[in-house]
Write a protein that binds this ligand. Structure first.
Ligand SMILES: Nc1ncnc2c1ncn2[C@@H]1O[C@H](COP(=O)(O)OP(=O)(O)OP(=O)(O)O)[C@@H](O)[C@H]1O
Length: 258
């Protein structure tokens, strides 16, 4: 499924956050959204999903997203938010089963196949033994894994993930990146927001770099976009960085070249 985002602009009151952002996403591609804190990455996701009224258009396989009902969008696009707190005492299993909601017909509850699907997903994210626990009692990383499990259970062609590895340990970070890579290889369309330039370079096919002015600064292959120059411009406080050695972004003094 292709997604074409055209000329998105958005302001909170008089404060412009996004200014004419446009890009396309292709099936089979793992694309990163990269940029400093507060540049509007989460806002962009919320605009794409239609949660915020914005200027510009979002087309999904040629159909304007605003023409689709929420349930139709939810059958096509899964979203992993950066943060989520549940006002109700849902169990982990309930949370993951919510991912199946757009696929259920009428007033019927989850089928046996939906429940089995969710159990497999819980096992996949390493929460097989935690299904009966209350979501709000989980650790930050476990909550993040639950939201990822919900998106996997939703089983959509387009995945939008907002900093899905932010609270995860190293092993789970690598697992999430490998999983989203696999989903892209299976033909899904995946946009992942991350703050880690190395993860962009190691795992992604393409990157969109969002600047502090709410415009896209650069777009393309990670090795050509995530350069020492771009990282230095975005994060001047870091000082010089180098991308020498294993394609990693390293502070120049740590690498012994500064
Ligand atoms: N509901 C809101 N009302 C007013 N301003 C908001 C609101 N939500 C976000 N903002 C502001 O909009 C700007 C962009 O926020 P957003 O959360 O989209 O940034 P981000 O790039 O996702 O940041 P981070 O990397 O820190 O998660 C920030 O300055 C933020 O303070």
């Amino acid at each position: 499924m292709t997604m074409q985002v055209s000329d998105i602009s958005f302001a909170y009151g008089s404060r412009t956050v996004l200014d004419g952002v446009g890009f396309g996403l292709r099936p089979g591609e793992l694309c990163a959204l990269f940029g400093p804190n507060g540049t509007g990455k989460s806002t962009l996701y919320r605009c794409i999903l239609g949660h915020l009224r914005h200027q510009g258009r979002v087309m999904l396989d040629g159909t304007d997203l605003t023409r689709l009902r929420p349930a139709q969008v939810a059958r096509r696009v899964s979203y992993v938010p950066q943060q989520h707190s549940s006002p109700f005492p849902f169990t982990v299993r309930d949370m993951v089963l919510m991912g199946r909601t757009p696929h259920l017909g009428g007033v019927f509850g989850p089928r046996r196949s939906d429940i089995e699907h969710c159990e497999r997903v819980l096992e996949r994210v390493g929460l097989a033994g935690d299904g009966d626990r209350l979501y709000h009692t989980l650790s930050g990383g476990q909550r993040q894994l639950t939201l990822i499990a919900r998106a996997l259970a939703q089983d959509c062609n387009v995945l939008l993930l907002d900093e899905p590895t932010a609270s995860l340990d190293f092993g789970n970070q690598m697992w999430v990146w490998r999983t989203v890579q696999d989903l892209a290889r299976q033909g899904r369309t995946v946009l992942v927001c991350t703050h880690d330039p190395n993860h962009v370079r190691w795992f992604c096919d393409r990157v969109l770099a969002l600047g502090r002015n709410g415009k896209l600064l650069a777009e393309g292959a990670p090795s050509t976009v995530i350069t020492a120059e771009l990282v230095g411009n975005l994060y001047p406080g870091v000082g010089a960085v180098t991308t020498a050695g294993h394609g990693a972004v390293v502070p120049a003094d740590v690498a012994g070249v500064g």
